[in-house]
Write a protein that binds this ligand. Structure first.
Ligand SMILES: Cc1cc2nc3c(=O)[nH]c(=O)nc-3n(C[C@H](O)[C@H](O)[C@H](O)COP(=O)(O)OP(=O)(O)OC[C@H]3O[C@@H](n4cnc5c(N)ncnc54)[C@H](O)[C@@H]3O)c2cc1C
Length: 725
């Protein structure tokens, strides 16, 4: 069916071209595509129209469609001819449909012949255009069509390369070209009076067309302005403001927003209701990485005999491990402290912030006192909190989350980790290495579903090797307490195959996702909308429904990483403070991330699965880290570097690295992607021997070998043979 759909436009184009070729020959129409020729042949052609009106109309229609579809210049003369031969009414009808149909065929030809290649080659550069066409394509096309000076054929071809739908293209084209077509067909009825096609568009008429063309864009700007006014209408704006910026939340997003504002000498207040540093420092990245370090050491000690150590088996003192975790937090704390930020010029207030109008924020301190701040702009960086699913019995039995797990002082003997994402996998492996009997329960058919299946398999195998019982395809249905023993009941399989699996536990850690904090601080009263993912809805400039209120980090999405929160914070702060001069769109084109399991998993750009889903053509190059000298020497010879490139080119579409220090190794590819450097450039860079980073160069080398010019090399071999005599 899809094939038939694709074939139809070609069949129609071929039929129109054949009919047009015949008409071209029969009526010597080639000679008509100049104004003089049209004038000279007008009487003879009119006689033919009178003799055979239906046939000539049909042939004229086919000719017009073919000329438009094949982008043959002469649309103006043909449109004048329509007026001269068929009069205003019929002429307009014929040209309106013929030009729209021809335009559609040219559009489809560009789409099927060129679009994939052009998007694959220039996809990154075209991304903003694609986005603009998706959002405002109708307006742009309407403007281009209303002003008849933009070349008709060029618009058809260029639009075919964009994501615009064919039906929308046809409809907007027909509507937009109607007025211009009418002017030319009408001029055709007065053919004798026209000296050149340029005469038709007098400066006055051209000006009218330009105004008409600008109308949709001006209307859009006007509607936007009215909407903004409407949004603010019910609020009273203060005459003056105490501050330029108030930032809510002192996590990664809030700290960076406040830092930027202070650096450019704005008056900024940062409000934190709990701990400075937010989740990353207190409950997230920092404690988890500190725990991972201890867990890794426990594992290394167990395996120490492999490196020649006779009796290094170390006993885990879990309380000491957790003390170290808190020491690490304390060591990093000064980076995010009130003192440091006050020193940088930020006013830091400890208390709960509540937005009371688009320009005022109330801060309630622990002692119950409240201070009202007035501000030109607000950045919301309120973060996210662990999501605890409504599983019957879970609340009663109690569960740990990433907020509370750091309070443990005793190692749980049997731990259930609910969730197979990055946080669940990191913590499951760590607790298993420290001595817990860990069962990891994941509903999906595999853990780490965001990555390619082979990555999930490698990580799952490694978790199993550490003693984690990985149960995928298991849905937690209830928690029960039987004879004082806590048990998670999970369902495995579907329909008649479904069976219940009972997992006894001492502690259950819930790591099934994190919900953005969007309640309790005024969003509801302001009517700030949320996305379907329950993050605060923002535009590309990170503005909410109120253009002076911005949102960044976990509360805004689409990513939940410290580095993306910090990245967005820069854009939000700069837009909030200097938006009247220039605004910047947050740039998500090259976003890296890593999961710190052992082996680590790091990725930037597309995975193989994503490229397939999005229909993006790619080649895969793999380099196995089991072959890398340094990894062999270190006893970490496992994992791979997988690079996706544009077919036949060294341009990188995405990289996944699985292995020791994958998160660090990825940096070279992140830089390459960000600055458009291909694999040839990586291959041409000297990498220190022996390092893990050489894996990047060897992956580039694999690509080069696969793309060696075999034909040329045959001749080079002959040359060497000749040299040997
Ligand atoms: C276990 C775990 C491991 C992680 N590991 C990594 C990792 O390795 N790498 C990585 O990039 N990311 C990691 N993350 C994610 C990372 O921690 C978050 O993406 C990051 O902290 C988001 O920063 P944020 O500024 O958006 O929010 P947060 O850091 O959550 O900060 C929000 C702050 O706002 C405050 N707040 C909220 N509402 C109010 C209010 N009304 N008034 C005053 N204050 C308020 C909160 O108290 C909080 O301190 C991890 C997360 C977890 C849970």
């Amino acid at each position: 069916m899809a094939r038939l759909g694709r074939a139809l436009p070609w069949a129609a184009a071929a039929a129109a071209a054949l009919a047009a070729a015949w008409a071209w020959q029969h009526y010597e129409l080639g000679s008509l595509l100049t104004l003089d020729q049209l004038k000279a042949s007008r009487d003879a052609l009119q006689a033919r129209v009178q003799a055979q009106p239906v046939l000539t109309a049909a042939l004229f229609f086919a000719l017009y469609v073919a000329a438009a579809a094949l982008s043959i210049p002469g649309a103006v003369i043909l449109t004048l001819a329509a007026g001269a031969l068929f009069g205003l009414g019929w002429g307009l009808l014929l040209v309106s449909f013929a030009s729209s149909l021809g335009a559609l065929l040219a559009f489809l030809a560009a789409r099927y012949l060129l679009r994939d290649a052009i998007q694959a080659r220039f996809g990154k550069a075209l991304a903003p255009i694609n986005e603009g066409v998706r959002k405002d394509g109708t307006l742009y096309l309407l403007t281009l069509r209303l002003v008849p000076v933009f070349p008709f054929w060029l618009i058809n071809l260029l639009m075919g390369l964009t994501p615009m739908g064919a039906a929308r293209f046809y409809g907007v084209s027909q509507l937009g070209m109607l007025v211009g077509t009418g002017v030319y067909v009408n001029a055709g009825t007065q053919l004798a009076a026209i000296r050149s096609p340029g005469d038709i568009l007098s400066p006055g008429l051209l000006g009218s067309f330009v105004l008409l063309g600008l109308f949709p864009l001006l209307a859009k700007a006007g509607v936007g302005w009215l909407e903004r006014r409407k949004v603010y209408a019910k609020w009273r704006k203060p005459k003056a403001f105490d501050r330029n910026l108030v930032v809510i939340g002192a996590g990664a997003g809030g700290l960076v927003s406040a830092y930027i504002a202070a650096a450019v000498k704005a008056k900024v207040t940062l409000v934190e209701g709990h701990k400075m540093g937010g989740d990353c420092l207190n409950f997230g990245c920092v404690p988890s990485k500190a725990l991972i370090r201890s867990a890794k050491m426990a594992r290394q000690l167990k395996k120490a005999h492999e490196l020649g150590m006779a009796d290094a088996a170390g006993r885990v003192d879990f309380a000491a491990v957790m003390q170290r975790v808190h020491r690490v937090i304390a060591d990093i704390e000064p980076h995010d402290s009130v003192e440091r930020y006050a020193g940088l010029g930020v006013e830091v207030l400890q208390g709960h912030a509540r937005i009371t109008s688009p320009w005022t924020v109330d801060v309630t301190r622990a002692d119950g006192t409240t201070q009202t701040l007035s501000t030109k702009a607000i950045v919301i960086a309120a973060g996210a909190s662990p999501f605890v699913p409504p599983i019957p019995g879970l609340k009663e039995a109690g569960c740990l989350t990433s907020d509370t797990v750091w309070g443990l002082t005793e190692l749980p003997r049997r731990l259930v980790v609910l969730g197979g994402g990055p946080i669940g996998s990191e913590l499951a492996q760590s607790f298993a290495r420290l001595g817990s009997a860990v069962t990891q329960v994941e509903m999906a058919p595999r853990i780490m579903v965001r990555e390619d299946p082979e990555v999930s398999e490698l990580v799952a195998a490694s978790l199993r090797a550490d003693g984690v019982k990985v149960l995928t395809g298991h849905q937690a249905v209830r928690v029960e307490v039987v004879n004082g023993e806590k048990r998670l009941v999970a369902q495995h399989g579907m329909g008649t195959e479904a069976r219940e699996v009972v997992i006894p536990f001492d502690a259950l850690l819930c790591a099934v996702g994190r919900s953005p904090r969007v309640t309790g601080y005024g969003l509801e009263a302001l009517g700030i909308p949320l996305t379907p993912r329950k993050t605060i809805e923002t535009n590309a400039f990170l503005q909410t429904r109120y253009p002076n209120i911005y949102a960044v980090g976990d509360v805004a999405g689409p990513f939940q990483f410290t580095h993306t929160a910090a990245h967005q914070a820069w854009y939000a702060a700069v837009n909030a403070l200097f938006g009247r001069f220039r605004r910047f769109k947050a740039d998500y084109s090259v976003i890296p991330w890593a999961t710190f399991t052992d082996p680590e998993v790091a990725r930037v750009g597309l995975s193989e699965t994503e490229a397939k889903e999005q229909g993006i053509a790619f080649e895969v190059t793999r380099y196995g880290i089991d072959d890398l000298d340094r990894a062999i020497a270190d006893g970490t010879a496992h994992g791979f570097v997988k690079v996706l490139t544009v077919p036949g080119k060294d341009r990188i579409l995405g990289v996944t690295i699985v292995g020791e220090h994958a998160g660090d190794l990825l940096a070279e590819y992140v830089l390459a992607m960000k600055h458009g450097l291909g694999l040839n450039k990586i291959l041409g860079t000297i990498h220190t021997y022996p390092t893990l980073a050489e894996a990047n160069k060897y992956a580039a080398g694999e690509w080069k070998r696969a793309h060696a010019p075999q034909g040329l090399l045959k001749w080079v071999a002959r040359y060497h043979a000749w040299e040997r005599g």
